[in-house]
Design a binder for this molecule. Sequence first.
Ligand SMILES: [Zn+2]
Length: 355
Amino acid sequence: MKKKVLSVSLSGVLAFGALTTVAPSALAVGNGPNYNGNESIQTSILHTHEELVDFLKTQDAKQEALELEVIGESVKGRDIYLAKYISNPENPTILFLTQQHGNEQLATEGALEFIKHLGANKVKGVLENVNILVVPMLNPDGAMGDVNFSLENYIADGDRHLTRYNANEVDLNREHAKPIHEMQPEQRAFYENVLEKYEIDYLIDLHHQGTRSAIDGELVSGSMLYPLNEEVDPTVVENSKKLGSVVYHAIEAKGWGKIGKYRGGTGNNIGRNGIASRYGIATLLFEMRGMSDHEYESYVLGQKSNGYLIQQSVLALESSVKAIADGSINDADISFWDDLPFQYWMGEEEVEEDE
Ligand SMILES: [Zn+2]
């Protein structure tokens, strides 16, 4: 408890220092008055796993086009769901994956909102032309803080803590180079019942990063990257870059988002690389600003940013399905990647970002 109070006030000081240097673009979401220091970080407003299941079942009852499937169980026995919209198996298929890391929940909140929009026909005319698969909250034990290790130093308030790891303290986004039968139960379920079963063309793997990443002296609202492993087919890399282009330009056009280039590795143990190598799926890593809970103050973002960040993930999902449905993704300009600056950490301590 002492540690928490101390770190909050410290970050308030750091936040003030950082904000004075980035005042000109205070409208961008990354630079709002919600740096993270002096507002509550409340996990109770996030869907619990049980609430997520209720939400999906409610939508399933309402939406004819939606089919729900349980693809497996977490270490602690929580059901992991796949939400499917498959109107024609011949159509291109995109898969959205959230919360491999349990403490990165706003992307899941965005995915649920996206599912609701599909039911309300807010994304016109896409379901006839693109198949959509959504796996929200791959790591429900981490999301519920129901794990076999201590979370006592975690910062957020609320009914529960959320952690990156699964119940066995394994990072699910380092499992991707393994033979499937050696993976943790959550990842095995995802491989056996999603990646092995469907012809998938595109994947957006949604994550959250720390709060102090910046480009050009301004905090970013997110970052993205395509696969870098040399085994990935060049056409797949190109399609990944096109997917990134669609999402990048949709967010930039809104004016409140600012996207940097993620400085990521080449290892196939990471989903962005491993899934592209193994299945020839065009993958995009999309990291949004700030985590729902963590031991480190500089990783956790106050809840005033939740609205923008949820909308940013909804926008990423909706813009990509639209561009695939109307074929415009094929003409997406990938040259912006060459000019997109790598993000860097703007703060006192240097903290490594981990997709
Ligand atoms: Zn992550």
